[in-house]
Design a binder for this molecule. Structure first.
Ligand code: CAP
Ligand code: MG
Length: 404
């Protein structure tokens, strides 16, 4: 399903046909072609105002090759002069293509089993500032985050192996802190450590992560590219590691409602490529309204979804689901909005809303966990804060405002 804004003077029907042609096997002029090639042409089958649906013959696509598929349905067409705007709104994926990708190794159930967290939302915290801490400082924040009651320490998207914080040293020190935190709390703790790099280097780092006994790697799926995601997924199958997918760069594709592609489509691809958890928006400081976040959730958390104005129905044919991570300007005072919109089957990722707590990181982590516990106990955060000092301080600081 595309949304097309024709260039002036071009009727939508004509532009729709050009999009179908350029994204399948046509070109700018008419060719005399044999019948078997004509059978590979895409067809415009529905036009509803600016929404255009195009059907593609299955044989156009190479199974298991996402770059090839996207070079067709999300390739040259975005630059056509016959249109001023083109948005890939949604894709209905056929069974054979879905089955040609690995999909998630763990899925929500696998992640919950791994962390031994049955029902409540899973929690994660990224130390802020994003980059700059020495490995020792980073690991110390990790210790405070974990012992404050958070499940997952997370790296920021632009922290990898800089000279002030080397990957292996950070991993080593963090794992020592993790073991300590697990002993002290009696809870499972893990680390979303960012292995984002060139592909061979990512494989090397993933192996290190396994050697140091961690359960997760984190990758920036859009800056590394889909083929690289697929390679990491294969590597993680061998190593038994779960994948946390950060989506930095997504807004370059999905922010303009009249151009690019929707986050839903990116999320669908991420599911096929096999990430176990994915950022879908947090109704906080970054773009993405309620409808968008909910649709992202439906596409990755459910086994099927129904059609809507900007949504095509989809059956996932048994492919595992993906844990939705809500992040970006989230703090204890606004978490309940995410749970109410989606469910408790999400992960809540909070950086500034923990590290910015007036009484420090560990108390910030406690406040985050208390906000989750309040929801699970069916008590408002305000009420819960009366008997929980850390939460009270967080609410005094940030109220229930959404940061911009
Ligand atoms: C959040 C975050 C995440 C974004 C990603 C940041 O920090 O670490 O990367 O949330 O966006 O760098 O902004 P805060 P999204 O908790 O301090 O805001 O989840 O929308 O992909
Ligand atoms: Mg970040």
């Amino acid at each position: 399903m595309f949304k097309i804004k024709p260039a002036s003077g071009f009727p939508i029907e004509k532009v729709a046909i050009r999009v179908a042609a350029e994204s399948s096997n046509g070109t700018w002029t008419t060719l005399k072609i044999p019948e078997h090639i004509r059978a590979l042409s895409a067809k415009v089958y529905d036009i509803n105002n600016s929404y255009v649906k195009i059907a593609y013959p299955n044989d156009l696509f190479e199974e298991g090759n996402m770059p090839q598929i996207l070079s067709s349905i999300a390739g040259n067409i975005f630059g056509m002069k016959a249109l001023d705007g083109l948005r890939l709104v949604d894709v209905k994926w056929p069974r054979n293509l879905i089955n040609s990708f690995q999909g998630p190794q763990y899925g929500i159930k696998g992640i919950r089993d791994l962390l031994k967290v049955k029902k409540r939302p899973i929690t994660a915290t990224v130390p802020k500032p994003k980059v700059g801490y020495y490995a020792e400082e980073h690991a110390q924040h990790g210790y405070e985050i974990w012992t404050g009651g958070v499940d997952l320490l997370k790296d920021d998207e632009n922290l990898s192996n800089q000279k002030f914080n080397r990957f292996e040293k950070r991993l080593d020190l963090s794992m020592k802190m993790r073991d300590k935190a697990e002993n002290e709390t009696g809870e499972r703790k893990s680390y979303l450590i960012n292995i984002t790099a060139e592909v061979d280097e990512m494989k090397r780092r993933a192996k290190l992560v396994k050697d140091f006994n961690n359960e997760y790697v984190m990758i920036d799926i859009l800056t590394i590219g889909w083929a690289a995601v697929q390679t990491v997924r294969k590597e993680c199958e061998k190593l038994g590691l779960a994948i946390h997918a950060h989506r930095a760069f997504h807004a370059a594709f999905d922010r303009n409602p009249n151009h690019g592609m929707s986050m839903k489509v990116l999320a669908e691809i991420a599911r096929m490529q096999g990430v176990d958890q994915l950022h879908i928006g947090g109704l906080g400081k970054l773009v993405g309204d309620k409808i968008e976040v909910l649709n992202n959730y439906k596409k990755i958390a459910q086994n099927s979804n129904e059609a809507d104005l900007e949504v095509l129905e989809q059956n996932w044919y048994g492919m595992k689901n993906v844990l939705s991570v809500c992040s970006g300007g989230v703090h204890p005072g606004i978490i309940h909005r995410l749970i109410e919109l989606l469910s408790t089957d999400i992960a809540v990722q909070v950086g500034g809303g923990v590290l910015g707590h007036p009484d420090g990181t560990q108390n910030g982590a406690k406040a985050l966990r208390q906000a989750i516990n309040a929801y699970m106990d069916n008590v408002s955060v305000k009420e819960y804060a009366k008997s929980h000092a850390e939460l009270k301080k967080a609410l005094d600081m940030w109220g229930d405002e959404t940061p911009i």
